[in-house]
Write a protein that binds this ligand. Structure first.
Ligand code: EPZ
Length: 418
C-alpha cells in the first residue's frame, strides 16, 4: 500500500494548478445516462472515484472513452440499469445513478451505500424524493429498487435537510419527468449549478439552480452536448492552506476565487494574505505566526465541511485557541488523533474541536482515515519538524490528482513509496 514520506519545513512557492472538480464530474458523468446521444465532458480529474464512476456507467451498458480528462459517454443503450454492491461499497456517490436510470429506463437497482468513516450517510432523502416523482421504491437484500414503468411525473419536493447529491439525483430525475417539479431547500453548491448548466445544454428546462428553490419543466428527451467541468474548490482550498501553513508565497491557478470565499475570509482574519490576482487565480502569502480563528462548517456558501480537516491542521500551529464546529457530518474528527500523534493539542467535545495552537509539530507515522483527513495530515507534515510517514494514501488518490507532483513542484519534500 502506498505511503507518503514528507519532510517538513520548506515554504511553498510557485504555482499550484487546480484540476476539474471531483464532486462535479461525478454527477456530470451520471447525467450522461439521461441521453441516447454522446456527451463530451472536459477537465475530468484523473482520480480514483472517477474511474469507479466510469466502471459503473460501463456496467449499465454505456460506452466510454477517456483521453487525458476528455471523456465521451455514449449511453445509447442501457441494458443493465443497476449499480452493484461491489462498486457502490467503494464509492457512495454511485447512488447518483439512481435518479437518471429510473428516469431514462423506468427502473433502477442500486446497492445501498452502507456506513462511511465520516458518518452514517443514509440516502433516505433521495428515496423519498423519487417517490414524490411517482417512483415505486422497494428495498431488498441491501438494494434499492425503483420502478416507474410509465415514466416519472413532476411534483413538489421539500428536503428536510440540505443534501448535495440528493438535490443532484432528483434534479436528474425531474428533467425527464412529465410536468413541473419544484425542489425546495435544495443544495446551492457550485457543483449543483454546474450539473444544471450541463443539463440545460442537453435541452433540460431548469430555473433557480444555485438557489434553495429549483424549478424544472420536464422534457421528452435530452440530446448530446459538450461541457467543461468547474474547478475543484476543495483542491483549491487545500492548496491555499498548504501554502499558508508553510509560510510560503504561491499562486493557486485555474480556480474560481468566489467558490472559496468563505475560506479566504477566515485565512485573512488569521493573518494570512490571500488576494485575487486574476479571474481564476489567488495569491497566498503568509509570514510569521497566524492567529487562531473559529469556524463552523455549513452548507454552501458557508464554510465547507470538506475543508474542515485541512483548516484544523493550520490552527494546530496558530497562536491561541480556536473552536472548530462540524455541523454536516457526525463523525468528521478522525484526523484529530493522528494530528495529536504529531504533537497537536486538540480536545473534542461533541461536534466541536478545541484546538490550542502549538509552537511546532513533529514528524511521526500516521494513518489516513478518509479523503480530507489525509489532506490534513499532508499539510501538518509539510510544517512538522523532521519526517512524517502517512499510510493509506489511497484515500487521497480518490480525490486529488497527482497531488505529490503538484506539491513537489512548489518545493515540498514529498515522495510516494510503494
Ligand atoms: C456531498 O456528499 C459531497 N460528495 C461530500 O464530499 C461533501 O462532504 C457533502 O456533499 C457535503 O458538502 C459528493 O458530492 C460526491 P449530503 P453527500 O447529502 O451529497 C445527511 C468529499 O470529501 N443525509 O449533502 O453525500 C448526511 O448524512 C465528500 O469529496 C441524510 O440524512 O452529502 C449528512 O449528514 C465527502 N439523508 C448531510 O445530510 C440523505 O438521504 C449532508 O449530506 C442524504 C443526506
Amino acid at each position: 500500500m502506498d505511503k507518503f514520506k514528507i519532510v517538513g519545513g520548506t515554504p511553498l512557492s510557485g504555482e499550484l494548478p487546480v484540476s476539474g472538480a471531483k464532486n462535479s464530474a461525478l454527477p456530470a458523468l451520471a447525467a450522461c445516462l439521461l441521453s441516447d446521444e454522446p456527451v463530451t465532458l472536459h477537465r475530468i480529474p484523473q482520480v480514483k472515484d472517477i474511474g469507479t464512476m466510469q466502471t459503473l456507467l460501463a456496467h449499465t451498458g454505456a460506452r466510454l472513452s477517456d483521453t487525458d480528462g476528455k471523456v465521451v459517454v455514449n449511453a445509447k443503450s442501457l441494458d443493465c440499469p443497476e449499480a452493484p454492491y461491489d462498486v457502490v461499497k467503494t464509492m457512495r456517490a454511485s447512488s447518483l445513478v439512481l435518479g437518471p436510470l429510473v428516469a431514462r429506463t423506468g427502473r433502477a437497482r442500486v446497492s445501498m451505500p452502507g456506513g462511511c468513516a465520516i458518518g452514517a450517510r443514509p440516502i433516505n432523502l433521495h428515496v423519498s424524493a423519487l417517490e414524490q416523482l411517482g417512483a415505486t421504491i422497494t428495498q431488498e437484500s441491501g438494494y434499492v429498487e425503483a420502478k416507474a414503468p410509465d415514466g416519472l411525473r413532476g411534483g413538489t419536493i421539500h428536503f428536510d435537510r440540505i443534501t448535495v447529491t440528493g438535490t443532484e439525483d432528483v434534479l436528474m430525475a425531474a428533467v425527464l419527468a412529465r410536468g413541473e417539479t419544484v425542489i425546495r431547500n435544495a443544495a446551492r453548491e457550485p457543483e449543483v449549478q454546474d450539473l444544471a448548466n450541463l443539463l440545460i445544454k442537453m435541452g433540460a428546462k431548469i430555473e433557480g439552480a444555485g438557489t434553495s428553490m429549483i424549478k424544472v419543466q420536464g422534457v421528452e428527451r435530452l440530446h448530446g452536448t459538450e461541457h467543461a467541468i468547474i474547478p475543484d474548490r476543495i483542491e483549491a482550498g487545500t492548496f491555499l492552506l498548504a501554502v499558508a501553513i508553510t509560510q510560503g508565497d504561491a499562486v493557486v491557478t485555474d480556480c474560481n476565487p468566489e467558490h472559496v470565499a468563505a475560506l479566504t475570509i477566515k485565512m485573512n482574519q488569521a493573518g494570512a494574505d490571500v488576494e485575487q490576482v486574476g479571474p481564476d487565480a489567488l495569491r497566498v502569502r503568509s509570514s510569521g505566526k497566524l492567529r487562531a480563528v473559529d469556524i463552523t462548517t455549513e452548507e454552501y456558501p458557508g464554510f465547507a465541511t470538506d475543508l474542515q480537516a485541512q483548516y484544523m491542521a493550520l490552527m494546530t500551529v496558530a497562536s491561541g485557541i480556536s473552536f472548530i464546529t462540524e455541523t454536516i457530518f457526525e463523525n468528521r474528527f478522525m484526523h484529530t488523533q493522528e494530528l495529536a500523534r504529531m504533537g497537536a493539542n486538540i480536545r473534542i467535545e461533541g461536534r466541536q474541536a478545541i484546538v490550542a495552537g502549538r509552537e511546532r509539530l513533529g514528524g511521526a507515522q500516521v494513518i489516513a482515515s478518509d479523503l480530507r483527513a489525509s489532506a490534513s495530515l499532508v499539510l501538518a507534515a509539510l510544517v512538522a519538524q523532521g519526517e512524517t510517514v502517512i499510510d493509506r494514501v489511497y484515500h487521497m488518490d480518490r480525490g486529488y490528482e497527482r497531488i505529490e507532483q503538484k506539491l513537489a513542484a512548489v518545493g515540498a519534500q514529498i515522495q510516494r513509496v510503494g
